[in-house]
Each structure stands twice: as structure tokens, then as C-alpha cells.
Design a protein around this ligand. Structure first.
Ligand code: PMP
Length: 284
């Protein structure tokens, strides 16, 4: 495997950044993940735009043009011979002597990795449905920025793994679901209404979420962007989560409570199918 590190392609096993990189010391950086189909990037523009926004919000200089970025992303995919998988980019404020305040005249660090993923595994899980557990949302106030400060997310995901579950569904101090530890969360409520939390709340504006919203509209399914509680999720007909790496994943149990009939529901199944079809077709 090969990684792109600040303009150089290095063997993955030897690819390093400096110990005083601000990503390492302060989680002062952002990232983005695209899924790759047939060597091409899915939802390309959406993830690119969010990356630019994340950088702007943190006042990190945009290190290269969109054209140059497109070239290195694709070159990293090519050099790793990825047909299906993901490509990851991380941009930090750069390397400077440790001091909380921003350093002057520092170049951002850019790393890119790509890896192959066996799509059959995700398909098998989606066909069966995945388990979820609930977990308090312990993150900061700017979850709309896709920063590498993922410790609360990692702790929540591990709590899920410790209980044999796939995803941790996070909830706020009111008991309302915010999102998953690395996904956006949706339900078909007990009245049959599709719901997902609005992005005025402190959540990530998922690119897959946005793509699904457009598909939902085209399908003529009514959507309410309104928060739902953990209790509502447990009583829901369907629960599912969305992300670039997992597409649409049905959640068939929550804290051990069976959702619906305990099988992936028709809406989640349909949305997964049409999302994948579109993402493949529009990948560039
Ligand atoms: N929420 C969080 C906290 C995430 O980390 C992710 C995945 N990056 C998502 C939602 C889903 O976002 P996307 O559809 O853009 O991958």
C-alpha cells in the first residue's frame, strides 16, 4: 500500500508526519471519506465542498486547488489498486512548536490513504440488519465540522463493540437522538413517517444524508426533519443509519429491543438499493 504525505507517495508502513503536527497534539485538523466504486469517487462534489467548509470554519488554509486535489485522490486510489473501497484525506493546520494559539506561516499537512473493501460483507450485514446501542453524546459544540477530534465517537463506537453491536446511536441531555457515532440516524416512526434530525442541531451534515433526502423526494416519500427520542426509535417501525462507508444500514435492534419485526424494513432496503445504484452511476 501507498500513502500520499505532503506531496510524496510513500510506502504505507513507513508513512509518517512530525511529532509536532497539530493534528497529533491538538486534533487540529479535518478529514473526509469518499466511497470508491470501480475506482471512482462517489458523491464527489458533496464531500469536496464539506472539506472546504470544514477548513474555512477552522481557518486552515486550503492547501491546493480542487483540480490538484482530484488528481492526488485518484492517483492514490490508482496506486493502491482500489476498485471498491474508500479514500481518506486528512488536512491539519501543520507542524509547529507546541502552542495552543495558531502558528504563523505554517503549511497544512495533507495525507491521503486508500483501501479496498469487500462490498459483500456490508451487503451480508445489510441483508440481516445490524445491532445498535444507545450512548450519551459527549461531543463538543461544533459537530458540523468534520474534525479529527473523534475521541467521544471512538469511545461510543467501542461501547457498541463491547456489547456486540455495530453502531452507537448518540442521544443528548433531553434523550433525543443526535446521530450515530459515525453515521446519521433515521427512523420510520410508529405513524409510518420518515424522520431524521435537522441540521440546525449539533450534528454532522452527512453527504449520504443529503443524497438520501433527494432520493426520498424523488420516491414521493414524505420526510420530516425533526428530532426523535431514544424511546421513539425503540418503538419505530424501522431504524437505519447512513454514511459514505456504510451507505444505508438497517438497525434491527436497539439496546436489545427488537425494532419492528427484527428484520430490515422495506424503506431502508429500498433506499439502500437506490442509493447504491445512483452512487455507482454518478461516481467520477
Ligand atoms: N455523522 C458522523 C458523526 C460521522 O462521522 C459521519 C461519517 N463521516 C456521518 C455522520 C455520515 O456522513 P457522510 O454521509 O458524509 O459520510
Amino acid at each position: 500500500r501507498v500513502a500520499y504525505v505532503n506531496g510524496i507517495y510513500q510506502p504505507h508502513g513507513q508513512a509518517v508526519v512530525h511529532i509536532e503536527d497539530r493534528g497529533f497534539q491538538f486534533a487540529d485538523g479535518v478529514y473526509e471519506v469518499w466511497s470508491v466504486f470501480d475506482g471512482k469517487l462517489a458523491d464527489y462534489q458533496g464531500h469536496l465542498s464539506r472539506l472546504a467548509r470544514s477548513l474555512t470554519e477552522l481557518r486552515i488554509d486550503i492547501p491546493m486547488s480542487a483540480e490538484a486535489l482530484g488528481i492526488v485522490l485518484r492517483e492514490t486510489i490508482r496506486r493502491n489498486r482500489v476498485r471498491n473501497g474508500i479514500v481518506y484525506i486528512q488536512i491539519t493546520r501543520g507542524t509547529a512548536p507546541r502552542d495552543h494559539a495558531f502558528p504563523k506561516d505554517v503549511a497544512p499537512s495533507v495525507i491521503i490513504t486508500a483501501k479496498s473493501i469487500d462490498l459483500k460483507k456490508g451487503e451480508a450485514l445489510a441483508a440481516k440488519g445490524a445491532a445498535g446501542v444507545t450512548h450519551p453524546d459527549m461531543r463538543w459544540g461544533r459537530c458540523d465540522i468534520k474534525t479529527v477530534g473523534l475521541l467521544p465517537n471512538a469511545l461510543a463506537k467501542q461501547a457498541a463493540r463491547d456489547r456486540g453491536a455495530y453502531e452507537a446511536i448518540l442521544f443528548d441531555e433531553m434523550g433525543m437522538v443526535t446521530e450515530g457515532s459515525s453515521t446519521n440516524a433515521w427512523i420510520i416512526d410508529e405513524n409510518g413517517k420518515l424522520r431524521t434530525r435537522d441540521t440546525q442541531a449539533n450534528i454532522l451534515r452527512g453527504i449520504t444524508r443529503a443524497a438520501i433526502m433527494k432520493l426520498v423526494e424523488a420516491e414521493g416519500i414524505e420526510l420530516e426533519e425533526r428530532a426523535f427520542s431514544v424511546e421513539e426509535a425503540k418503538r419505530a417501525r424501522e431504524v437505519f443509519v447512513t454514511a459514505a462507508s456504510s451507505f444505508v444500514m438497517p438497525i434491527v435492534s436497539l439496546d436489545g429491543t427488537r425494532i419492528g419485526d427484527g428484520k430490515p424494513g422495506p424503506v431502508a432496503t429500498r433506499l439502500r438499493e437506490i442509493y447504491l445504484e445512483q452512487a455507482r452511476r454518478e461516481a467520477i
